[in-house]
Design a protein around this ligand. Structure first.
Ligand SMILES: C[S@@+](CC[C@H](N)C(=O)[O-])C[C@H]1O[C@@H](n2cnc3c(N)ncnc32)[C@H](O)[C@@H]1O
Length: 241
């Protein structure tokens, strides 16, 4: 087993579990349909985090193996009869056996994706981007973060067109036939929830201290001139036929 936790520890994991929008039922239903999954199938959710995909997918399949290198993320995974939470990373996949499908939500940018596509024992993949990072959605959110941290906010976290093209090309090179599809929806955040969602994308060292968090929230409220933020989310999926 290898573990390479990348900062999703402690409070960041708590913020992730509480405030990150998961995937609405229409996304889970489409994934199950596109991957041809039934109650007989075994699925790997790689980079499962706190279970955003593993939990709803477990209602449709026989078993989900949910793998993540960060124990604090796994600790939020609810106990379910057909979900096995495992500490590990993409490097461990060849040892995990055969899967009917491998799903990766918002996590492929930390993995050796070419190796994963070549070496995983599976007939199908789905690579899922849960919208775009908040700082890429709204200039006011980006400005608050850039003022707070004193640096430009540029990370795309594997959600941009260029990253998706690379993933599709690598799937093709590994012998799969990828195709991309999208489902749009919205998620309304209070300012507290919006701050929590932003905190879930920080590292424990860069999190505003508890006493600074009300100031951070005030800055968001002032910049957005509102008490809520409606996040436009386009879930983009590359799945294989
Ligand atoms: C942004 S979260 C995604 C969680 C969830 N899949 C989702 O869609 O919201 C990324 C997760 O990938 C995990 N991760 C980082 N490097 C990894 C690796 N090499 N192999 C597997 N998971 C990894 C992190 O620990 C984190 O929990």
């Amino acid at each position: 087993m290898s573990t390479t936790g990348l900062g999703f520890s402690g409070e960041v994991a708590d913020f992730y579990a509480r405030f990150r929008p998961g995937y609405p039922p229409q996304v889970i239903d489409a994934l199950v349909h596109k991957l041809g999954l039934t109650s007989e199938h075994r699925v790997l959710d790689l980079g499962c985090g706190t279970g955003q995909l593993a939990v709803p997918m477990s209602e449709h399949v026989a078993q989900v193996i949910a793998v993540d290198p960060e124990p604090d993320m796994l600790a939020h995974g609810p106990e379910l009869p057909n979900v096995e939470w495992r500490l590990g990373s993409d490097a461990d996949v060849p040892e995990l056996g055969r899967f009917d499908a491998v799903v990766v939500g918002q996590a492929l940018h930390w993995m050796d994706h070419g190796k994963l596509f070549r070496e995983a024992d599976t007939a199908k993949f789905a690579i899922i981007a849960n919208g775009t990072p908040l700082w890429r959605q709204h200039p006011a959110i980006r400005e608050v973060l850039e003022d707070w941290f004193g640096r430009p906010m540029t990370a795309g976290c594997g959600t941009d067109d260029e990253a998706r093209r690379r993933y599709a090309n690598a799937l093709e090179a590994a012998g799969f036939t990828p195709h991309e599809w999208t489902i749009g929806h919205t998620h309304e955040h209070t300012i507290e929830e919006l701050a929590g969602s932003l905190f879930s994308a920080m590292s424990p060292e860069t999190l505003p201290s508890p006493q600074d968090r009300p100031l951070f929230q005030d800055q968001l409220r002032t910049a957005l001139r509102a008490d809520t933020y409606t996040e436009p989310i386009t879930v983009t999926v590359i799945s294989t036929l």
